[in-house]
Design a protein around this ligand. Structure first.
Ligand code: ZN
Length: 141
């Protein structure tokens, strides 16, 4: 083989233990304890009961914004302004999140859904992580 072309760098996951991929796409990985407590990121010991009967579970892909703010200072991987906060997953735990949505949609209680995609680069290599984006909630029937 004499192929000297440099292949594009494969994306890497931010962390191997927080994302699950299946035919249904990406989800966040959580830990469910025998006591019922669900943790994110995954844990080996339940923070609620200190038990270790833990199973890995797929977390819901949608939720609502519990808290949010827009950061106007530079950070290692994000150019300002960027938005962060917490999402209460539907029937799941509260997770820290990066938001990629317009300021007009960035409000406490706004519905959001998970997206997993390259969010920044490290030495030219895309880093796949998670963020949440806004969407229009279906009207109540
Ligand atoms: Zn527990």
């Amino acid at each position: 083989m004499t192929d000297t072309a440099t292949p594009p760098l494969e994306p890497k996951l931010l962390r191997d233990d927080i994302l699950l991929h299946s035919a249904a796409g990406w989800t966040l990985a959580g830990s469910r304890c025998a006591c019922g407590h669900i943790s994110f990121p995954p844990v080996n010991t339940c923070p609620e009961c200190l038990g270790d009967l833990i199973e890995t579970v797929e977390l819901p892909k949608t939720g609502t914004i519990f808290a949010c703010t827009t950061v106007r200072m530079p950070a290692a991987n994000f150019k300002p302004p960027y938005s962060i906060g917490y999402v209460d997953l539907s029937g799941g735990p509260r997770v820290f999140a990066h938001f990629q949505m317009g300021q007009e949609m960035l409000k406490i209680g706004a519905p959001v859904r998970l997206q997993v995609k390259p969010l920044w680069e490290e030495h030219g290599r895309p880093v796949v992580a998670y963020c949440f984006v806004g969407f229009d909630r279906a009207p109540d029937a």
